[in-house]
Design a protein around this ligand. Sequence first.
Ligand code: DGT
Ligand code: CA
Ligand code: ZN
Length: 574
Amino acid sequence: MDLKLEKKEIVNILEEIGTLLELSGENPFKTRAYSAGARALEARTESLAELIESEELEEIKGIGKALKEKIETLATTGELEYYSNLRAQFPSTLFDLLKVPNLGPKKVKALYSKLEIDSLEKLEAACKEGKLEELDGFGKKTEEKILDGIEHVRKFSERVLYPVAEEAAVPLLELLKKQRGTIRVSLCGSLRRKRETVKDIDIVVSSKKPEPILKAFVEHDSVTSVSGHGETKASVVLENGMNADLRVVSDEEFPFAVHYFTGSKDHNTQMRARAKEYGLKMNEYGYFKEDDTRIGCKDEAEIFSKLELKEIPPELREGRHEIEWAEKDELPELIDYDDLKGTLHCHTTASDGKASLEEMAEAAAELGYEYFGIGDHSKAAFYANGLDEKRLAKQIEEIDAFNKKHKEIRLLKGSEVDILKDGSLDFAEEVLSDLDYAVASVHSIFNLDSETMTKRLIKAIESPGITFLGHMTGRLLQQRDEYVFNMSKVLDATEKNGKWIEINANPHRLDLDWRTCLEIRDRGILFIINPDAHNTQGISDNRYGINVARKAGLTKEHVANTRSLKEFLSLLKK
Ligand code: DGT
Ligand code: CA
Ligand code: ZN
């Protein structure tokens, strides 16, 4: 019997359904039926296949006919509409609240329905403002406990954003590089592949004497506890709550270990299958012929070339198109970190930025940018002190004055115009026509149905004065889902109207996602990488946007702001 889910997975889903029903205020009998069913199923020693084949499920105390059918559907199809519909009723970030100690479904329901709290961030803010005290059963003490609990959840949550992991990894790599016995060092895992979120840090070192290297690693300042310390491997917990693993291998094995632990798993599986076609077994120690003789490789490039592949950059190793590209010598020459000649979509103190126009411009010039597009909020974004027509006109004058005085960088006039509920814009076309560019963004009313949201976005992108949509899906990593809309229709409209696609480089957003960018890469639509910076340091966030672009296989040619000022201006005119 071919089952899509294992028993344990189904038990978890049944328990979750119980929780979801409790959240939606269902009667306690119904809720309890699911958790009881979950426990009954878990308690049986037979395999799921046996239980289904012998028709015994229904007989189990706690599992009736209805539950039996749901279990069978889950087991055979891997899905259950009832379950997905329930889940879709709540934002996914709401479930994070359940991870806070002592917050059960009942309390979460009260927080959600009475105070509209649906994420850890909102919960934290509400506790700090003392808002929970308004609710029955919550007091000052509870608020303090919840704040501690949030800290705890954050510390031990599964994944962190890329910059958090990178910041923790850099000092470890430096430490390992300077150890006397170290021959080679490489970062591996999702961090080397530049994923948007990272679970743990993987590092491989080559050396003849692992011991002192492992010792230095577990004794590093940032280590709070050691969870494993063997002869060639150590695992530690860092002060930011992350795990880090170090493996020390011989220098002959190093390239294979680095390749293996860089992953991804899917990439590794495909590589192993290809090795097999070449009569080789592949693992983290080397290539092995049928008679077990080992074939060494001096570096990763040689590992690939043994299988007649060009060297695949780590960012592309996600088990997508990379092996096919490497085989046909079609690997893209990935855009690089110093390829951007300018950038757009940045805020100043005129709206919700923390630095003045001059300060932002100076910081951008220091990064080597030739042009820099101001894009403050428009008036509908009143909470962000959005500009009205009059203040925008004044800013345009300031920019003209700046450009007269400064030759090192060209400021471009722009606006981040709010897309109103019906897709019309917060500024009229005549206003937009005074600007060099405009980005249109959704900042409110996220929960429209798909059709309405799709129409709204299309209407905005069809507006003549708009250059691209800002943070198109609205997601906030680990905080807020994308809004529901038909992406391919919006992309069609983007293409048809000769508009661009923003890669918003803010590490909380990384919107558009690299997976989507990869899928649409060859449509001929230009991308633009923008930091959405609200202070001077924020401009450097563009490097996270470059991570996205590289993972999507984009070259310089795909990205509008790799062009010189002159070319860029002529692109904007079109
Ligand atoms: P994450 O979840 O952000 O830590 O992502 P990774 O890719 O760093 O995953 P991790 O740390 O579990 O493992 C590091 C690499 O080791 C992974 O990318 C590929 C390799 N690896 C781990 N487990 C397996 C496995 O079961 N099969 C294969 N083929 N490779 C594995
Ligand atoms: Ca990892
Ligand atoms: Zn925005």
